[in-house]
Design a protein around this ligand. Structure first.
Ligand SMILES: Cc1cc2nc3c(=O)[nH]c(=O)nc-3n(C[C@H](O)[C@H](O)[C@H](O)COP(=O)(O)OP(=O)(O)OC[C@H]3O[C@@H](n4cnc5c(N)ncnc54)[C@H](O)[C@@H]3O)c2cc1C
Length: 432
């Protein structure tokens, strides 16, 4: 591994500048100094990473994590599960390590925040007081923006944009589809969770079809005219799946070609696009998205549907003493990824720690790295470094690096291996 790569991995391990993290992380404030209480709502990548980071910084703080599920079903590498290349157990994580570290984990749904009293009410009626509340409750779906689609229909026609049951259903449907059938994937406009995710899914489905149902095709119907890492994806699709030819296992129809999906007819199994109806045996509608219900019902969201935050501290711009991290947050211009969620979690933990001990806030450093698998031993990536501007509150892209189009087979293999390493390190940071 070369020097640049080692530096990158070190950077990835922290999500913010490694040196500033180390300077800030120690020494941990000893027990028996002033104590404070933090309630974290949501135990996904953002919430779990936040809780563990704050615990590493401060042995004294009382942290309660509220999460309804006993196990977290993650989306990363879910595409491999979908096409039978991975067992579901490898995508499921528990909260034991958080408990070992002295974080109280309560398996309940949070119902409401009383910002004036600084209390969180849970579904069982329990009330938790806080000095700071951190909301990390992820995304919700705007089902009504596609006529004929709804939460109820999604139980039969899955979006599979979260792990667990939805992903299982889509896998069963793919397996049951006869050779010659079409798989349709409907992709929304931005902002949505994991911008390159639909195209990774399409790639892995094309790979599966090529081997198991060679006369079948996955058709991506896109509400956007372009997409992340497009040239890299299309190069892989041409190389492996006959993209652009009559016998291709994959096709992409962008917004300019009429790909925007406006409706769904369940009876005829058709997606109704601007360019006309398209029939599919397996239909995967990824609906437009917004912050989850909890954020929306507790006054944390703005008109665009996401939770505006101060990008130095991740504090809500709408509700005092509440921070929002992860996919629910509108942290201009960070994408919605587990990597970015993990960065935000660290920045937020450092900020709350500083605020509680009257320390100066550090200038945050953000980064996002996103790997996509296009087939066996073939990965591509985008690495973005950002510059935080405290005056505009915007996190501007400073540098962007995408896998070069003239990469060697060995480079693509390494990218795929890095995707797995990244998964391991994000999971380890969050769940131990
Ligand atoms: C197909 C796919 C592939 C992806 N691949 C990648 C990838 O390769 N790399 C990458 O970086 N990212 C990837 N992502 C994105 C990544 O999964 C998300 O960005 C990440 O999960 C966001 O974390 P989060 O903690 O904000 O939200 P979540 O992971 O959704 O966690 C939110 C948690 O909040 C809980 N919750 C919700 N409401 C309440 C409530 N009222 N009370 C208490 N708890 C509540 C939920 O149960 C959940 O556990 C992918 C996503 C998809 C869909």
């Amino acid at each position: 591994m070369n020097y640049q790569r080692r530096r990158l991995l070190k950077w990835l391990a922290t999500g913010i500048g490694a040196s500033s993290f180390q300077a800030f992380a120690g020494p941990v404030v000893p027990a028996a100094t002033r104590s404070y209480a933090v309630v974290v709502i949501g135990g996904g990548f953002a919430g779990a990473t936040f809780a563990r980071t704050l615990r590493r910084l401060d042995a004294n703080v009382c942290i309660t994590l509220v999460e309804p599920s006993r196990q977290y079903h993650c989306c990363l590498l879910g595409g491999e599960y979908l096409v039978g290349k991975r067992n579901e157990e490898t995508l499921v994580f528990g909260y034991e390590q958080l408990r070992v570290e002295g974080i109280k984990v309560v398996h309940q749904k949070a119902r409401s925040i009383d910002a004036r009293r600084k209390q969180v009410r849970l579904a069982d009626g329990a009330v938790l007081g806080y000095d700071r509340c951190v909301v990390a409750t992820g995304i919700g779906y705007k089902y009504d923006s596609i006529a004929g689609y709804s939460g109820g229909v999604a139980s039969r026609v899955p979006h599979a944009w979260g792990g667990g049951e939805q992903l299982r259903l889509l896998r069963q449907q793919l397996e049951a589809m006869p050779n010659g059938g079409n798989v349709l994937i409907s992709v929304p406009v931005d902002d949505y969770r994991c911008p390159p995710g639909p195209y990774e899914r399409a790639s892995l489905i094309a790979d599966y079809l090529k081997t198991h149902k060679p006369d079948s095709r996955v058709i991506v119907l896109d509400a956007k005219p372009r997409f992340a890492k497009q040239a890299q994806f299309e190069q892989a699709w041409r190389r492996f799946y006959g993209y652009g030819t009559e016998h291709a296992n994959i096709e992409w129809i962008g917004a300019l070609e009429g790909g925007t999906v406006q409706g769904f007819d369940e009876a005829t199994r058709q997606l109704l696009t601007e360019g006309g109806p398209v029939s599919g045996q397996v239909i995967n509608i990824i609906p437009p998205q917004q912050a989850d219900d909890f954020s929306r019902h507790n006054g944390l969201t703005a008109e665009h549907g996401w939770c505006p935050v101060n990008t130095q501290t991740l504090e809500s711009l709408l509700v005092p003493d509440v921070h929002v991290i992860g996919d629910a947050a509108y942290a201009e211009k960070l994408p919605k990824s587990a990597f970015a969620a993990s960065c935000q979690a660290r920045v937020c933990a450092l900020a709350i720690y500083s605020q509680m001990y009257n320390l100066a806030l550090l200038k945050p450093k953000y980064m996002n790295v996103c790997y996509s698998l296009c087939g066996d031993n073939y990965g591509i990536s985008v690495v973005l470094q950002y510059q935080h501007d405290a005056t505009t509150n915007v996190i501007e892209i400073e540098t962007l690096r995408v896998t070069p189009l003239d990469s060697s087979d060995e480079d693509y293999r390494r990218e795929a291996m890095s995707a797995y390493s990244m998964f391991d390190s994000l999971v380890k940071e969050a769940f131990g």
